[in-house]
Design a binder for this molecule. Structure first.
Ligand code: ADP
Ligand code: MG
Length: 700
């Protein structure tokens, strides 16, 4: 237990601004700061000084190794540790770390997915320091956040396109700000506060579930007698063991400079949430990756396992990650915050409209940015936002937009026709009461909350798309406004037109309602891509390729490779699940059923010996039911096996993923149904796995 206070140890494992300022000369510090703040190219000469300062600091903290920490397309982070040790001529060692080692690394990366890029171009990739995200110490290792690229410059990671998308948005947003007379803002950054959901179960239970160990989710399991129907877990009293875990977790995160702020129980039993205070998008992304890693480590110390899968338990709420997103200037103006003056409000409305237009024009890109095999179980399952993307604005803001669209008086406090840019715009009421949890994309007062992300997703993908699609709207607006003869008139017309053209994406109602699915798809013509194989190939649609390449976020090759990798991941994931199901059925479930049926037969025989009759209805009944179920489990496993074989080694990943969705998943469902029914009949001693009830109520 630390004896010192939080402010004393907050960020003690981070080479943050405090360390930079204290340890670098003022000239070097100023130059590095320029790179960090304004994206100015890094002066290679200063890297040497920064490396020395970083090394000295790391050694003081007990670090022995350093690593370039990066985010390959596997979805987790990667690192390869090198020690600081360098032999010196007298046989001793010195601890060295050069500017070159700081700036660039060459991991032997041949086994990271590249979707064919490296095969065609270069065999090796390199990592490059991202000075805008602070280095930190983890397990006695100095971790340097880096981007990961091929030698021909193609991005092989998630950070590179994220940084490019932030730059794209920055460029276009500054153009708009200039038009509104703002010459002081030097840059616009997007910021993100990701709320992270997770489950905690005991290690003891986890170890007994091969499905959790292999796939992160339970592939079998009948519903527990008590689930979440009482709603007694949500914001309920946190159990002591969980509280100890959270305290420990907070301490670890604070040391790493992560602003872990709120924690509470979620809807499902054993489900919890942790939210940090928001920060700049690339930092928030790095920190969220780090946070997920630390959560799992700290859980292990407490004899617990932290489940980050989107749907660990069927029939119980899954876990998501809410991506709270906004744009702000370096001077501290949140561009999604309604202003005090009419002019500020016109600017706010333009940025708001840019988002609305972007979400409507690129629903498919936003949908596919959160698509994974795991998240497919959540979206549209009436517990998480639907797979249909729509925007929630709340009643007040919706009324304002409607008034603008129709040149009608706004029915707010002062009945006024809404004319933009001139001094009749009323002060906007701030509607921060949004509790519509069914909307995938909700405006919450001064930010949008993108709620479709899965709990295990890196937030990079969603933010890459979000930044880029909004950059595109802003670009279209800026192009028009820069050439406009009458700025205010053009502005007003543009906003009006955006509302008219894109109001189909606005929806304040209940997203879980079946009527909404019908209306959204049949009346409004919105996309409803239920699964990953449905949506992912749309990244290759002409309009999307054009968007992503024109803002220099991806090259065409990178888009193709990403599509391939995401679908490959999907196929691998479901195949592993199918194989795990068969393995469990053949080697554990069927033998368990036989064992229990044998026991019952023994009882039948014993009863017969006493009564001379075979008429014992309980035992014989269960035996015959189990016999039917065992036959079903056996034959359905066989069918699943055949379906896997039939898939073969498909060459075309788009076709393969669709086949997997259409053949494997339904067969897995049928197999599961038979096994889950058997579970309800077999004694808990004979059943090989802890039940849902055991797991969900295991942590006390
Ligand atoms: P909720 O009611 O959804 O829990 P909160 O106000 O607690 O909403 O905020 C949730 C998250 O949104 C937090 O991580 C918070 O830091 C983040 N957030 C707040 N303001 C912004 C902003 N301007 N940009 C991005 N994220 C923000
Ligand atoms: Mg929220």
């Amino acid at each position: 237990m630390e004896t010192h206070s939080v402010p004393e140890y907050f960020g003690e494992l981070v080479f943050d601004d405090r360390q930079m300022r204290a340890r670098l000369s003022s000239k070097v510090y100023a130059s590095l700061r320029k790179t960090i703040d304004e994206g100015k190219k890094l002066d290679p000469k200063i890297a040497e000084y920064v490396a020395q300062a970083m090394k000295e600091w790391a050694l003081e903290k007990g670090a022995t190794h350093f690593t370039h920490w990066f985010q390959p397309l596997t979805g987790i982070t990667a690192e390869k540790h090198d020690s600081f040790i360098t032999p010196s001529p007298d046989g001793s060692v010195i601890m060295e770390f050069s500017g070159k080692e700081l700036i660039q690394g060459e991991p032997d990366a041949s086994s990271f997915p590249s979707g064919g890029i490296r095969a065609t171009f270069e065999a090796r990739g390199y990592t490059a320091w991202d000075p805008t995200s602070y280095a930190f110490i983890k397990d006695k290792t100095l971790c340097i956040p880096t981007a990961f690229c091929s030698y021909s410059g193609e991005a092989l990671d998630k950070k590179t396109p994220l940084l490019r998308s932030m730059e794209a948005l920055n460029k276009q947003a500054l153009r708009i700000l200039k038009l509104f007379g703002n010459d002081t803002a030097k840059y616009v950054r997007t910021s993100v506060g990701p709320e992270q959901e997770y489950f905690l179960i005991t290690k003891e239970m986890y170890d007994k579930r091969p499905d959790l160990r292999y796939t992160g989710r339970t592939l079998y399991g009948s519903r527990p007698p008590k689930g979440q129907e009482m709603d007694d877990h949500y914001f309920g009293v946190i159990k002591p063991r969980v509280q100890e875990f959270m305290n420990d977790l907070n301490r670890e995160l604070w040391k790493l400079g992560i602003l872990a702020k709120t924690e509470h129980n979620e809807v499902a039993p054993a489900q919890h949430e942790l939210a940090p205070i928001y920060s700049t998008t690339n930092i928030a992304t790095d920190q969220n990756q780090l946070m997920m890693e630390v959560m799992q480590k700290v859980a292990a110390r407490h004899g617990l396992v932290c489940l980050l899968h989107e749907k660990p338990f069927a029939g119980v709420n899954g876990s998501g990650k809410h991506n709270n997103w906004s744009m702000a200037t370096d001077t501290g103006i949140n561009l999604l915050s309604p202003g005090e003056t009419p002019y500020e409000n016109a600017q706010f409305l333009l940025f708001l409209c840019a988002v609305i237009k972007a979400v409507d024009d690129y629903q498919d890109l936003l949908r596919l940015s959160v698509a994974t095999a795991g998240n497919d179980h959540r979206l549209g399952a009436n517990e998480a936002p639907p797979a249909i993307i729509s925007v929630f604005l709340g009643d007040e803001l919706s009324a304002i937009l409607e008034a603008i669209e129709n040149d009608a008086p706004y029915e707010g406090a002062e009945k006024k026709i809404m004319k933009l840019g001139v001094d009749v715009l009323p002060a906007f009421p701030r509607d921060t009461t949004d509790r519509n949890r069914t909307s995938p994309f909700a405006f919450t007062g001064n930010k949008f909350e993108f709620r479709s992300l899965g709990s295990s997703n890196s937030i990079a993908c969603a933010n890459i798309m979000l930044n880029t699609v909004v950059a595109e709207s802003l670009k279209i607006y800026a192009d028009r406004l820069e050439g406009a003869e009458d700025f205010e008139k053009t502005l007003h017309e543009m906003i009006k037109k955006t509302i008219k053209d894109h109001k189909r994406i606005l929806f304040n109602g209940n997203g879980y309602d079946d009527a909404w699915v019908k209306e959204a798809t049949e009346v409004r013509g919105l996309c409803n891509y239920r699964t990953t194989p449905d949506c992912m190939p749309h990244i290759l649609d002409e309009k999307n390729v054009k968007l992503l390449t024109s803002h220099k976020v991806f090259t065409e090759k990178e888009i193709e490779s990403r599509c391939e990798i995401m679908l490959e991941n999907y196929c691998k994931q479901v195949r592993i699940e199918a194989n795990a199901m068969m393995d469990m059925a053949y080697r554990q479930i069927l033998p368990a059923i036989t064992e229990y049926a044998d026991k019952l037969s023994d009882t039948v025989a014993a009863k017969k010996a006493v009564t001379g009759s075979l008429a014992c209805s309980y035992e014989t009944d269960v035996i015959s039911k189990l016999s039917v179920l065992a036959d079903q489990i056996y034959s359905r496993s066989g069918e699943l096996e055949k379906a896997i074989i039939a898939l073969g080694e498909a060459g075309d990943v788009i076709k393969e993923s669709a086949a997997i969705r259409d053949t494997l998943l339904p067969k897995m469902g049928e197999l599961r149904a038979a096994a889950d029914e058997a579970e309800t009949l077999v004694s808990s001693e004979c059943w090989p796995y802890p039940s849902y009830g055991d797991m969900l109520f295991s942590v006390r």
